[in-house]
Write a protein that binds this ligand. Structure first.
Ligand SMILES: Nc1ncnc2c1ncn2[C@@H]1O[C@H](COP(=O)(O)OP(=O)(O)OP(=O)(O)O)[C@@H](O)[C@H]1O
Ligand SMILES: [Mg+2]
Length: 508
């Protein structure tokens, strides 16, 4: 080129070009200011959008805009995307947003505005971008949205499968990081407004019980875990059969056998909150209904010591004195109706747990099938239970400890609760001392039990008939259902010349 034009010709051409550009730019400004003057704002933006459409090459991509809010409420898809994308951040990401509240255990990491995250779902490549814009109205603040771009041909797959997948994954992440709360009506309200639900106040449940720390029959433990998991999986099933998605457990057994610990273990396992409903704090059925309606889904409603609630309910929950007038407006049928009716159908994934030390004292209405789906007997400590406690409290994993044989024998001849054993095992750090202490404790307990039995039989040598009776009594105690107990009682009653027997002393 340089050989064809001299330098003076080049400068002449350049100045001509500049002057042409200047006059074009001037004319454009004139046209623009005239257009601004003459064409109304709405028409102008319409023309601009239409012209841009014709002049931009057709993109193969589709972009979904996912706003932070739907009107006044939060957009569930936006919230889910925020959580989901925190697990998809690549090493290439340049800016991240890190936050943590006092109550959170971990940092929350999110992408910063303008950042992009690329995700792959089967054969679809998806690009997420966080966009922040100024709100259109004055003082409306910043507007945040995610833009999700992908090839147009995958539209159905993204809407039908990918976005639902993001929602499910976000729920899983939320559950992993969730702090479990214990709601109580007596509890002082938490400072956090967010935690106030109706008349419930909450604290964070930091109960360490898990299924791994619970000393109980391994088969029963497995049965409970399987039952809980089946319950969670069966949303569609409950819908199909027209039943409310709830499950009831009745935990019964002597004090210190782990009923409350089992409830905490269930909550920790499922990541469900616990609503601890002290019946003494509820004055009427109407109040109960209001209280229950303000509980949330995915929660456990706990009513402890239901057999002791007779004073509260104003009539005995047990079989006697059913006609006694109510002292308060709260009745057993009110509780049961609430649980079976309105309240249960309002929510999803509800678990109800009643605990009692005396199953025999409960009203049959509470025990009828379908009301409490599973009756769980928390028993005295077994040898399996003791092994678990020894491993948890003393770190003894060997199966052949010299003390184990003696302790196993003692556990078979006396009834000790896991709470009693745990207390003994905690007394010292030295495993041998602790086990020695436990042996002495169990021996003492066995001797006391024998003494009590002897006293019951007027001190002297236990006559064979009474010994047989004692055997029957302990067999009956071990039986699982009341139906079984009654059957045994009737046959034994017939067979033995009853009347003088201790059977009469046992009330069913
Ligand atoms: N099965 C168990 N496994 C492990 N620890 C247990 C078990 N049962 C009781 N404990 C220990 O004893 C303590 C008291 O047990 P927990 O409160 O669960 O008993 P409970 O059956 O609810 O008694 P209560 O009938 O008096 O309410 C627990 O904190 C735990 O340390
Ligand atoms: Mg308890």
């Amino acid at each position: 080129m340089a050989s064809m034009f001299s330098s003076s010709e080049i400068s002449k051409t350049t100045s001509t070009l500049f002057s042409a550009y200047a006059s074009f730019a001037g004319s454009m400004m004139l046209v623009r200011s005239m257009a601004n003057e003459l064409i109304p704002h709405q028409l102008r933006s319409y023309l601009f959008t239409t012209l841009r459409y014709f002049f931009t090459p057709l993109s193969p991509n589709l972009t979904l805009a996912i706003d932070e809010k739907c009107g006044m409420t939060k957009n569930q898809v936006y919230e889910a995307a925020e959580l989901y994308l925190s697990t998809k951040i690549s090493p290439k990401t340049e800016r991240l947003n890190v936050s943590k509240t006092r109550k959170q255990k971990h940092f929350t990491i999110a992408i910063e505005k303008g950042e992009t995250v690329v995700d792959q779902f089967e054969d679809v490549k998806l690009t997420w971008r966080l966009v922040c814009t100024e709100g259109q109205k004055p003082h409306s603040g910043e507007k945040r949205l995610f833009e999700l771009s992908f090839n147009k041909k995958h539209r159905e797959k993204v809407l039908g499968f990918y976005l639902p997948y993001v929602l499910v994954k976000a729920e899983e992440i939320r559950n992993q990081d969730r702090m479990i709360k214990l709601y109580s009506r007596q509890c002082p309200f938490s400072d956090d407004d967010h935690d106030r639900r109706g008349s419930w106040g909450s604290i964070i449940l930091e109960h360490p019980a898990t299924f791994d720390t619970l000393a109980m029959d391994p088969d029963l433990k497995k049965m409970i875990i399987d039952d809980l998991e089946r319950f969670l999986r069966r949303k569609e099933f409950y819908k199909k059969v027209g039943k409310a998605w709830k499950r009831g457990y009745l935990l019964f057994g002597p004090p210190g056998t782990g009923k409350s610990s089992l409830v905490a273990a269930m909550a920790n396992y499922l990541k469900f909150d616990i609503y601890d409903l002290g019946l003494s704090s509820v004055r009427s059925d109407a109040e109960l209904r209001r209280t229950l309606l303000s509980t949330s889904n995915r929660s456990i409603l706990l009513i402890e010591d239901i057999d002791c609630s007779s004073e509260v309910l104003g009539r005995q929950i047990g079989k006697k004195n059913k006609q006694e007038p109510a002292k308060s407006g709260l009745t057993l049928s009110g509780i049961l109706n609430c649980i079976d009716g309105l309240w249960s159908s309002c929510g999803d994934e509800r678990i109800i747990v009643f605990t009692t030390n005396y199953k025999d004292r409960l009203d049959p209405a509470l025990l009828r099938p379908g009301r409490m789906d599973m009756h769980i007997h928390m028993s005295y400590c077994t040898t399996d239970g003791f092994r678990l406690l020894a491993s948890n409290y003393l770190d003894i994993s060997s199966k052949h400890n010299p003390f184990f044989g003696e302790i196993d024998g003692l556990l078979k001849s006396t009834e000790a609760t896991p709470a009693e054993l745990a207390e003994e095992l905690m007394k010292t750090d030295d495993a041998d001392f602790a086990l020695q202490g436990l042996v002495s404790f169990l021996k003492r307990k066995r001797d006391e039990d024998n003494e009590t039995k002897n006293k019951a039989t007027d001190g002297g040598e236990v006559p064979p008939s009474i010994r047989r009776l004692n055997d029957i009594v302990s067999r009956i105690k071990r039986l699982k259902t009341d139906g079984d107990k009654r059957k045994i009682m009737t046959t034994k009653r017939k067979r033995m010349a009853n009347g003088r027997s201790g059977l009469r002393r046992i009330q069913y």
